[in-house]
Design a protein around this ligand. Structure first.
Ligand code: G1P
Ligand code: ZN
Length: 542
């Protein structure tokens, strides 16, 4: 029976860079998750007769949230729900399912790379019919609904068995519990030359994939071990756990340290990779060679035609503004368009739908293509494997070859975490206020050429997104960007992105600290980091 529960608004339900993300305990407040889900459903057009995809990354509170969402979906008139068995779907697999099954949208329960557990993070993300994250117009409409909500609709039925594949009913809605891996693995087989990767493996090529006890474990075991034949044990930390084994499922050099150390040690496999909580990020490390995500995007774009799914070439490349310009050099050489968008995958959706871009990427370990509408960790790994199987180079040789052709964008991101929000805001405001006076000013040997607050006009629908990061460009082609994170759950995180380009005939073998030392000093000075937030060193360097 449908029941209507009275409720009152929470003021803090505006979605951030990637959905609504909060501490689990905040989600457990009375009606908190239900309010948000009802606001989402209020913004979904055409629910009668429609299908909804539901899944999550398996973190703490995932199952409770899914049971609630399914009851509410039935009470809100959806005809059909497609749910990953165990309540599990990686973000890219959910995006694929929405598209494959013609669903009107999907709910993905994840806080991505943030830690999980009763004292950690949870999140709800709504994806629209194209399979991608809801654009800002939709997330703002959802937020507006949360601010006036008075009631939500649900059923008074018991929980369903999420671990039993097959069909069941919830009120008038049919529920289909499916294998979360099968459709996704089949899609990967259409894009990549599995036979070539297997042949490369048979010639001795080895890999290690760290699933970080997050959602990609079952996907990686099926695809890398079962279908491609990499030996058992190639996938490590492959069992998803609600608290990710106490780890922080963010595949960067801090949290995937064990993988990094193994790849730098004697006897390392040829290729190492990791993915995050919900399977959309990727980290790639060759034997003795870390690949920055910005370089990875450029290398993948330059070589994608070697994989069957991209043999026709790319329509264009898109990258988020703070991502390095390495991909720009590739786009120029291929004579295809390069799009520079604000941070967050939702900005790529229109470009992919319109066929303007084929491959997209962000400096934050995200890459993907038009095969789904999310970034996709295992997709990136498979594209690397396909490229390496064709070119038969080590990762290190491939990257050196790339730099010799396109030049090198030395790049680093500094994160200052857990800053008091008001201090972070006032730092940004003060910097914004002086942007117009910066051109012509010198910081050491660096001279400011231009400075602005990045705004983006979507070329497809004309929508404008302002205040997307402060950019300072120097006459020698160096660049720094300041922005505040939109995914954190405690205080504010200031991200500082630093980049220095050296052309193909320049010094391609500097250390990052040498290449970027002047820029780091300039950043400290221009933003008055020490006096404003009391920090002289970042918490995380990636
Ligand atoms: C971060 C990354 C961004 C990514 C997002 C979701 O957002 O910087 O590139 O799209 O996570 O994975 P931020 O915390 O910077 O707002
Ligand atoms: Zn993620």
């Amino acid at each position: 029976m449908i029941i209507t529960i009275p409720t009152t608004p929470y003021s803090d339900q505006r979605p951030g860079t990637s959905g609504l993300r909060k501490k689990v305990r905040l989600f457990q407040r009375p009606h908190y998750a239900a309010n948000f889900i009802q606001a989402v459903f209020d913004c979904v057009p055409g629910k009668p007769g429609a299908s909804l995809v539901v899944g999550g990354d398996g973190r703490y509170f995932n199952r409770e949230a899914i049971q609630l969402a399914l009851r509410m979906a039935a009470a809100n008139g959806f005809a059909h729900a497609i749910v990953g068995c165990g309540g599990v779907l990686s973000t890219p697999a959910a995006s694929h399912l929405i598209r494959l099954r013609g669903a009107v949208g999907g709910l993905i329960f994840s806080a991505s790379h943030n830690p999980g557990g009763p004292d950690e993070d949870f999140g709800i993300k709504y994806n629209i019919a194209n399979g991608g994250p809801a654009p800002e117009t939709v997330t703002e409409a959802i937020f507006a609904r949360t601010q006036v909500i008075k009631q939500y609709a649900t059923l008074d039925t018991p929980d369903i068995d999420l671990d039993q594949r097959g069909a069941c009913r919830l009120g008038d809605m049919s529920v289909e519990i499916i294998d979360p891996v099968a459709d996704y693995a089949a899609l990967m087989e259409t894009l990549f030359d599995f036979a070539a990767i297997r042949a490369h493996r048979q010639s001795g090529f080895s890999l290690i994939f760290d699933a970080m006890h997050a959602v990609t474990g079952p996907y990686a075991i099926e695809i890398l071990q079962r279908r491609l034949g990499f030996e058992n044990g190639s996938v490590v930390n492959g069992v998803p756990l609600p608290d990710f084994g106490g780890g922080h499922p963010d595949p960067n050099l801090v949290n995937a340290r064990a993988l990094y150390e193994r790849m730098m040690a004697r006897g390392a496999p040829d290729f190492g990779a990791a993915s995050d909580g919900d399977g959309d990020r990727n980290l790639v490390i060759g034997r003795g060679r870390y690949v920055s995500p910005s370089d990875a995007l450029a290398i993948l774009a330059a070589n994608a035609h070697l994989a069957p799914g991209y043999a026709k070439g790319l329509a264009g490349i898109a990258r988020s503004m703070p991502t390095s310009a390495a991909a720009d050099h590739v786009a120029a050489a291929l004579e295809i368009a390069l799009y520079e968008t604000p941070t967050g995958w939702k900005f790529f959706g229109n470009l992919l739908d319109a066929g303007l871009a084929t491959i997209c990427g962000e400096e934050s370990a995200g890459a993907g293509s038009d095969h789904v509408r999310e970034k996709d960790g295992l997709w990136a790994v498979l594209l690397w494997l396909n490229i390496l199987a064709v070119r038969r180079l080590s990762v290190d040789a491939l990257i050196q070859d790339h730099w010799r052709r396109f030049g090198r964008n030395y790049y680093v991101r500094h994160d200052y975490e857990g800053i008091e929000s008001s201090q972070a805001e006032s730092l940004i405001q003060a910097l914004r206020a002086k942007l117009s006076s910066l051109p012509g000013q010198a910081f050491g040997s660096l001279i400011v050429k231009a400075a602005d607050d990045f705004a983006y006009t979507d070329p497809v629908d004309g929508s404008i997104s302002r205040n997307q990061g402060l950019r300072i460009l120097f006459t020698n082609g160096s660049r720094m960007v300041f922005r505040l994170s939109g995914t954190g759950t405690v205080g504010a995180t200031l991200r500082l992105y630093l980049e220095h380009y050296v052309a193909a005939d320049g010094d391609l073998a500097m250390s990052l600290s040498d290449a970027l030392a002047d820029l780091i000093a300039a950043a400290q000075a221009v933003a008055e980091l020490e006096s404003r937030i009391g920090r002289s060193q970042p918490d995380v360097v990636t």
